[in-house]
Design a protein around this ligand. Structure first.
Ligand code: X2X
Length: 339
């Protein structure tokens, strides 16, 4: 394929989108033929950003600069809700998003986030890389988006607070907790009798600082890299949910790219996702000491009591009904009986 037709293919594919930044053309000896904007909600020091950058570097190198992935981390393009709109309209080519937030568009996607479903990564990764992930990706496809094969890691979520520590399920009663925009998160914290409020991650630090929300829940690496310890006092190891990030593209744009470009882009993003899982897991464990040192008080809790509360509040019945018996059976094939 000639440069000209490749350029034309991209222009067709990203019709309506802004062309690659002019600076590239001026400063690079060989201008990129394909410029793909990639965005996320994670700080620059978070492994999601670090390993997406590694993928972008590997893609640039293997294509001799013809394919440029330009990264916009840390909500530079807006919060998750905005970025999802940009992805759908074609203004953004690549975007990582929690399966549970994606569920606002693709309801089936939140199945990996069912509370207390996963007892180990030995069960989780084969499920997400295998038939459970394939089930979700097929639904994503139907929505007009494309999901790359390998999901990225966020981690098991823990609960933080600036007011009282959450030690038992009853402590959640009336607790003003920020949750991401997603039906399953709201449903889970209503089941705990908390007062969940939906806020995009881009606004979480200020919502905690101004005490609009008393608490939030996230894996340790995000609490650390987003400096949430500056505005929180307690961390309870509720371990209530696993969460990841699907790397998504706009389906039309993705299909419009030449096969050789797609192959290189997918190869490096999928490979770096697997590396990023290992690094994030390591940091989700090792960061505890750092966070303690920064003044966050850690509390171990009886997670079984929290799960029992979800059960008695009808959370599992509700979500099994929403996902349907077949999808639920697919989940439990990997997790074992959940509730
Ligand atoms: O919004 C959050 O809390 C985050 C960063 O964990 C997600 O992307 C769901």
């Amino acid at each position: 394929m000639t440069t000209l037709t490749r350029r034309r293919a991209l222009h067709l594919a990203v019709a309506g989108a802004v062309a690659g930044p002019a600076v590239l053309r001026i400063t690079r000896a060989h201008a990129a033929e394909f410029t793909l904007k990639a965005a996320n909600n994670a700080p620059v020091s978070h492994p999601l950003t670090i390993y997406m950058t590694k993928a972008a570097d590997a893609i640039r190198e293997e294509t001799g600069g013809k394919v440029e992935v330009k990264l916009f981390p840390n909500n530079q393009l807006g919060g998750d809700t905005d970025m999802l709109s940009q992805l759908r309209s074609g203004a953004l080519e690549l975007f990582t998003l929690s399966p549970l937030i994606l569920a606002t568009l693709v309801p089936a996607a939140s199945i990996s986030g069912v509370g207390f479903a996963w007892s180990s990564y030995d069960k989780l990764w084969p499920a997400m890389d295998g038939d459970l992930g394939a089930h979700v990706r097929a639904q994503i496809d139907k929505s007009g988006l494309y999901a790359f094969d390998r999901i990225w890691e966020n981690g098991f979520r823990q609960t933080t607070s600036s007011s009282r520590p959450i030690l038992k399920p009853e402590d959640f009663k009336g607790f003003k907790i920020r949750v991401p925009p997603s039906p399953m998160w709201t449903s889970m914290f209503k089941a705990f009798d908390a007062a969940p409020m939906t806020i995009n991650f881009a606004e979480v630090y200020s919502a905690l600082q101004t005490k609009i929300a008393e608490g939030q829940e996230n894996p340790l690496t995000l609490i650390d890299t987003a400096k949430l310890y500056e505005v929180q006092k307690h961390l309870s190891k509720t371990n209530h949910m696993w969460d990841g990030f699907w790397l998504l593209s706009n389906g039309k744009i993705w299909r419009g790219l030449p096969q050789d470009v797609k192959t290189v882009v997918a190869k490096h993003f999928n490979a770096q996702a697997v590396e990023q899982r290992a690094e994030t897991l390591k940091r989700n464990i090792s960061t505890e000491q750092d966070l303690r040192g920064r003044g966050l008080a850690f509390h171990d809790v009886d997670t079984k009591a929290f799960q029992a509360k979800l059960q008695s509040a009808g959370f599992y019945k509700e979500w099994k009904g929403k996902f349907g018996d077949d999808a639920w059976a697919l989940l439990e094939k990997h997790t074992g009986s959940i509730a």
